[in-house]
Design a protein around this ligand. Structure first.
Ligand SMILES: [Zn+2]
Length: 144
């Protein structure tokens, strides 16, 4: 993580301190088909990022980097929604089918709109090692 940039972004979104981000190695149950997954937790407020690090070499590294930034921005927007939305708004929103939820659309357009400006909030670096070492290193490098 680029702590300075992340802190600035969190301040911009009205958080009194930078939100905690935890990195995990495996995707959550039921997730499939991507390299990076994110989850926003309401209480305590934090973000989980799941890395499928064996994919992070060769041409997919650049894509993983873009996905990481988009995912962090998307989940951070959810944390802001947790903070600001009244419960009635959530209750109404979760009754909609997933792709039609206001919370998801808002998080997605925030992520897309901010991705360029905040592309340095976290970096995945390429490493040439055995796959297990590479996995561990990729994880540590993202964590920092
Ligand atoms: Zn979402």
């Amino acid at each position: 993580m680029n702590d300075g940039a992340w802190s600035n972004l969190c301040t911009m979104l009205g958080f009194d301190s930078p939100r905690v981000v935890r990195f995990r190695r495996f995707p959550p149950k039921g997730a499939h088909g991507g390299m990076i997954f994110g989850q926003a937790q309401r209480d305590p407020q934090r973000i989980f990022i799941y890395l499928c690090a064996s994919d992070f070499d060769g041409p997919s590294l650049r894509k993983a980097q873009q996905e990481l930034v988009l995912t962090l921005l998307h989940e951070l927007k959810h944390l802001q929604q947790f903070k600001e939305w009244p419960m009635e708004k959530w209750d109404e929103d979760v009754r909609r089918p997933y792709p039609l939820r206001v919370s998801e659309r808002e998080a997605e357009s925030f992520a897309q709109g901010m991705a360029h400006q905040w592309r340095d909030i976290a970096k995945i670096k390429r490493v040439f090692r055995g796959s297990l070492t590479r996995l561990k290193e990729a994880e540590q490098r993202v964590i920092k």
